[in-house]
Write a protein that binds this ligand. Structure first.
Ligand code: CU1
Ligand code: CU1
Length: 289
């Protein structure tokens, strides 16, 4: 049992240890499989087959397991390291210490989006992009999306989503009309021109590699998703009578049959069911608890 901290409360040594463990995973050739795996399980509504990481109820439990596997591998390098979370309702500016040179590094430069400062800058030598949806070898960001400016989600927006008592609703996808908690947080309920809602808008706000299926190329991915995971925890506390849906496999005649996983079916590539992931305290706790 270990604790995930708010990134703003990490000591300077904790910041360094997290970064060093991540860079060591990359150096050892053990990082990029997470980028590939995330891309592989990023099936959209328009594609065929099972949807797992996104546009599906498994959005929360699949990412919980994904982070857990990554975190355990980080701990083989430094047993004291855990994934910090980034509360983007509070640390919502490009000037936040999150983006300092001893941690995530700064924004991409204007000409090509290349991140020039910090441990993940290409010039620093420790962070080549080996598997991307574009051909750049360097990490890119475009904070705030200056050509069509967007801001990070507010506390009021987050609270609005947390008030929804139903976990997810049919058709369990990215339909803008879908008003369940999962899609409200994941963010397909607001158009892309507005940056999407909560989770999606954070990916859009960071920009560069954080947009799209290969988003774990930017290590801030883990901090963003640790907060998404904490949001699920907050929602469970607020709605103790609510649970993961769908609770049972969908009927064969349901158009979503074979496309979404119910509470007691395994989530590939992991051999775990959503129901087994509901209590994070089996694995870790959050600093705010
Ligand atoms: Cu994801
Ligand atoms: Cu994400």
């Amino acid at each position: 049992m270990y604790t995930r901290m708010n990134q703003r409360n990490l000591t300077s040594s904790q910041r360094t240890r997290f970064v060093e463990a991540v860079v060591e995973l990359k150096r050892a050739g053990r990082y990029d499989k997470y980028v590939r795996l995330h891309a592989e399980y990023f099936a959209a509504d328009g594609e065929s087959g099972l949807r797992m990481a996104h546009m599906a109820p498994t959005f929360f439990p699949w990412h919980r397991q994904f982070l857990l596997v990554f975190e355990r591998e980080l701990q083989t390098i430094d047993p004291g390291v855990t994934i910090p979370y980034w509360d983007w309702t509070t640390d919502n500016k490009a000037s936040s210490a999150l983006w300092a040179s001893d941690f995530m590094g700064g924004n991409g430069r204007r000409s090509d989006g290349q991140v020039m400062t910090g441990p993940f800058a290409y010039e620093a030598g420790g962070w080549p992009i080996n598997y991307g949806v574009t051909s750049e070898k360097y990490l890119t960001r475009n904070i705030g999306r200056p050509d069509r400016p967007i801001t990070l989600p507010t506390k009021a927006e987050l609270n609005g989503a947390l008030a929804i008592a139903t976990y997810d609703v049919s058709p369990w996808n990215s339909a803008p009309s879908t008003q369940g908690f999962r899609n409200k947080i994941e963010g397909w309920t607001v158009s892309e021109t507005k940056g999407g809602y909560l989770h999606n808008r954070v990916h859009q706000w960071v920009g560069g590699h954080m947009i799209g299926a290969a988003s774990p190329n930017d290590p801030v991915f883990w901090l963003h998703h640790a907060f998404i995971d904490l949001i699920w925890v907050r929602w469970q506390r607020r709605h103790p009578a609510s649970a993961y849906l769908p609770s049972r496999p969908l009927a064969a005649k349901d158009p979503e049959h074979g496309r979404v996983v119910s509470a007691q079916e395994p989530m590939p590539p992991f051999n775990v069911k959503p129901a087994a992931m509901k209590d994070h305290r089996r694995f870790y706790s959050y600093e705010e608890e």
